[in-house]
Write a protein of this length. Structure first.
Length: 127
């Protein structure tokens, strides 16, 4: 559904360190800094980019916005959460765990990245 997601940051290196750690848990490689100074995580299913805002203003997080990463199992959700906290992220919402949404069960963990963006690791539990 999505081709890419770009997140604004005021500190590319700090954000790269954070995202490198959580993407490694998900089996992805380190981000690559392109010729414009952006950090890009490129996969067959899409791109996650970190960039300083092109309008020259300070980056800020979107209130009410969450970006979710699809994760293979609850253990990887927990490892993702721990890697994020150990690399500049901060926990938000409830601790990692099982949640129900209608007829679905999800194992979730939420973090704020170093720029304040809310992100989530999601494992869809088979019913």
């Amino acid at each position: 559904m999505f081709s890419h997601v770009m997140l604004g940051t005021n500190n590319i290196e700090e954000s790269k360190k954070f995202y490198d750690s959580i993407m490694k848990v998900l089996g992805r490689g380190e981000g690559v800094i392109d010729h414009k100074g952006r950090c890009m995580y490129i996969s067959q299913s899409g791109v996650l980019g970190l960039t300083k805002p092109i309008n020259g203003e300070s980056a800020n997080h979107g209130n009410g916005m969450t970006i979710g990463f699809n994760v293979a199992n609850p253990e990887l959700v927990d490892a993702w959460h721990e890697a994020g906290i150990n690399n500049g992220g901060s926990p938000c919402e409830e601790p990692p765990g099982l949640r129900s949404s209608g007829t679905r069960s999800l194992y979730l963990a939420y973090l704020r990245d170093p720029s304040g963006h809310k992100i989530c690791a999601t494992h869809f539990v088979a019913n």
